[in-house]
Write a protein that binds this ligand. Structure first.
Ligand code: GLP
Length: 266
């Protein structure tokens, strides 16, 4: 695992935008696994700015989002489909038919939606790079604590803590879903690279447990310790509970020298 500690939230977004731009030069038809929430917003802004300047294109990119609420329509302003259109898809040249979210309507069978999503990811050739944020309880996507490391795209019931943390995004009279369809942990681990992005002091405890704690389904993000190409990109605040910061910084410096030598997507 590589742990990249940067000064600010903006530096995290720039670091990620630089690498995604590099990846798209090497592989213009890459498949990206995307996330919602506050954390990736600055990254999406940077990528759409670069697109506007003609520096990057998403014309041949395919995307698969981690999760989507159950119980609200795709067009609802609270849906993750709407978030993605507003924050990213609508600002770049990606054809909407190349974008996927695990949407399960009231008449759909969730099991069928889950297996169809897995099938679509496989047909697309798998995910080259999966981004995810982290919930304060260590969740990734909507894989709440106790989620199996063998899980695949399915319905998850959100914890009361997650519902309460996300309630700031819903007005009091608005329906807030308690269920979501989410990629499973095994789905995420199948991606060729995984990136955990976290910013802010409120993420420090979860980041510490995910990186330096035991691998446990009680901290779903700790599953990234099992991945052969996992990178954690954090700002100083989110890194504040890590015990091995000196080593992480030194390792990044050494690896950067090597990457320059071989001119590879680091
Ligand atoms: C939600 C999403 C996660 C996200 C998490 C943290 O529960 N399902 O994918 O990582 O919130 O969100 P934020 O980035 O806003 O802190």
């Amino acid at each position: 695992m590589e742990v990249v500690i940067l000064e600010t939230e903006n530096d995290v977004a720039t670091w990620a935008a630089d690498r995604i731009s590099d990846l798209l030069v090497q592989k213009p038809d890459a498949t990206l696994g995307l996330a919602t929430g506050n954390t990736p917003l600055a990254l999406y802004r940077r990528l759409s700015d670069r697109f506007a300047k003609g520096l990057v294109s998403f014309k041949n990119v395919k995307t698969f989002n981690l999760d989507e609420y159950i119980g609200i329509e795709e067009g609802n302003h609270q849906s993750y489909r709407t978030y993605m259109r507003k924050e990213f898809f609508g600002k770049v040249d990606i054809p909407l038919e190349n974008t996927h979210l695990p949407y399960c309507s009231a008449t759909d069978n969730p099991r069928e939606v889950g297996s169809a999503y897995e099938h679509d990811i496989e047909t697309a050739g798998g995910i080259d790079l999966q981004l995810f944020g982290i919930g304060a309880n260590g969740h990734i996507g909507f894989n709440e604590p106790t989620s199996s490391f063998g899980s695949r795209t399915r319905v998850k019931t959100l914890t009361k803590r997650t519902i309460s943390e996300n309630s700031r995004l819903f007005s009091p009279e608005e329906f807030q879903p308690h269920l979501a369809m989410t990629m499973g942990i095994a789905t995420i681990l199948d991606s060729r690279r995984v990136w955990l992005m976290a910013t802010g002091q409120h993420k420090a405890e979860a980041v510490g447990q995910a990186i330096e704690g035991p691998i446990s389904s009680m901290v779903p993000a700790s599953a990234l310790q099992l991945h052969e190409s996992a990178t954690v990109i954090v700002d100083r605040s989110a890194a504040s509970k890590l015990k091995h910061i000196d080593y992480y910084n030194w390792a990044v410096q050494e690896k950067t020298k090597l990457a320059r030598k071989f001119d590879t997507f680091p």
